[in-house]
Design a binder for this molecule. Structure first.
Ligand code: ATP
Ligand code: MG
Length: 421
């Protein structure tokens, strides 16, 4: 019996990996443009980090973590997201000592015990950025612009940017109480998760995707009406910066993160054709997180984009680039005696940076020519006994069909001349 891959995981096969490399390249180019530098942290961390950094009353921590005990009896968790790990690394490596503002990005696998379906996996990949050190609101706007520009560069339109402010530990408790007052009589009609959220984290009730909860929260008070002066000024400034940058947004009072260390800006970008898995990007400000993780109070903001969902969106809109696998030359030895000479030529060409392949299957010339076509080879270098005796190859230009006997040393030049032209 074959052992299969675990549920919710996916192999990225050779035919698809080019698409991943394409997205990763666009991501890296954008980050270079905005001066965000890559940080690579481990895929597992002490469980404690995520309990503190994501919050014990969130779905991720309550239901979705891959937690295990290692042979040394430590509790470790495969990262379900990367903000907490970046903050951990920022503190542990004292990145704050180098510069006032750290602008970081990551790309990599995340792990959540989600219910697998299109756009939802147990191992999935995120690209994310974190800016640590600035209170904003200009950095908030920059971060949002980075996400918007990335998605535009990939060709995606039909995107909606939702925006909200979740206040701060000064003003949020007032809202929380107002919301609880509103929900109190309705608790029996909420789902069981939301019934427990009502006490522990009532703002998350607004976030629940169950229909009955959405119904019950119609007409709930808006946090915008409870923001303190500082939060409200920040929010207004952000909105006018985005307007200056000519980015459309929709205010969404349901967009919440109910934990103390999430502050002010919250945003999400949706691509509605993806249906239930339409969120492609989620982000927000977390001015309390660094202190929560044991550092000096430092403001921060970031987002994460789900790469699988971006890929689905690009596929849907036919936006994936056609990737050329064309090679410069296929080296075709005629008979196994010629293998050594062919291999020597192959090595020389590759050393010069020429994309070259040869026949490793010891097949006849007909098969080799077919193979060369499969690779869209620009040239085929045929080496038979006669050619070898003169230290030459028969170089065939596959576009023009012209064949010419050239010396081994000239092959490279001929190909380069053609490739440049
Ligand atoms: P959802 O509401 O769809 O579960 P989320 O709020 O859990 O999303 P975030 O924690 O904000 O998602 O993660 C940021 C992005 O990562 C999401 O917008 C989505 O694109 C992607 N993402 C999250 N969970 C998964 C998953 N299980 N599989 C694939 N992509 C995911
Ligand atoms: Mg989720």
């Amino acid at each position: 019996m074959l052992v299969t891959g675990p549920r919710g995981t996916k192999d990225i096969l050779p035919e698809a990996s080019g698409n991943w490399q394409y997205i990763e390249q666009v991501v890296r180019d954008i980050c270079r443009l905005y001066l965000y530098k890559e940080i690579r942290t481990p895929v597992f961390e002490h469980t404690e980090l995520f309990l503190r950094g994501i919050g014990e009353t969130t779905d991720i921590v309550e239901k979705e973590m891959y937690t295990f005990t290692d042979r040394g009896e430590r509790s470790l968790t495969l990262r379900p997201e990367n903000t907490a790990a970046v903050v951990r690394s920022y503190l542990e490596n004292k990145l704050y000592a180098d510069t006032l503002l750290n602008k970081l990005f990551y790309i990599g696998p995340m792990f959540r015990y989600d219910r697998p379906q299109a756009g939802r996996y147990r191992q999935f990949h995120q690209f994310g950025v974190e800016a640590l050190g600035s209170k904003g609101p200009a950095i908030d706007a920059e971060i949002i612009m980075l996400a918007v520009q990335l998605l535009r560069k990939l060709g995606l339109d039909d995107l909606t940017l939702y925006l909200n402010s979740v206040g701060c530990p000064q003003c949020r408790p007032i809202y929380r109480e107002k919301l609880q007052d509103f929900l109190r009589e309705k608790t029996l009609h909420l789902c069981s998760d939301c019934q427990s959220r009502f006490e522990r984290n009532p703002m998350r009730v607004l976030d629940c995707k169950k229909e009955k909860c959405t119904e019950q929260t119609q007409g709930a008070p808006h946090i915008a009406d409870c923001l303190c002066d500082e939060c409200s000024t920040h929010f207004n400034q952000l909105k006018s910066l985005l307007t200056l940058a000519e980015v459309d947004f929709i205010l969404n009072p349901r967009l919440v993160r109910g934990l103390d260390y999430y502050t002010k800006t919250a945003f999400e970008i949706q691509y509605s054709p993806l249906g239930a898995q339409s969120a492609v990007c989620g982000g927000g400000r977390y001015d309390g997180l660094v202190a929560e993780c044991g550092g000096q109070s430092t403001p921060g903001i970031g987002f994460a984009i789900g790469i699988e969902r971006i890929l689905l969106a690009l596929e849907k809109q036919n936006l994936l680039p056609v990737i050329s696998n064309a090679i410069d030359v296929f080296v075709a030895p005629m008979g196994s005696d010629m293998q050594g000479i062919a291999f020597k030529l192959l090595c020389k060409l590759r050393e010069k940076g020429i994309t070259a392949e040869m026949d490793f299957m010891e097949k006849g010339i007909k098969w080799q020519m077919k193979q060369a076509n499969k690779y869209s080879a620009k040239f085929v270098a045929i080496i038979g006994e006669e050619e070898a005796a003169q230290n030459k190859v028969m170089l065939k230009n596959m576009l023009t069909g012209v064949q010419e006997l050239v010396s081994m040393d000239e092959v490279q030049q001929k190909i380069e001349l053609d490739v440049e032209a």
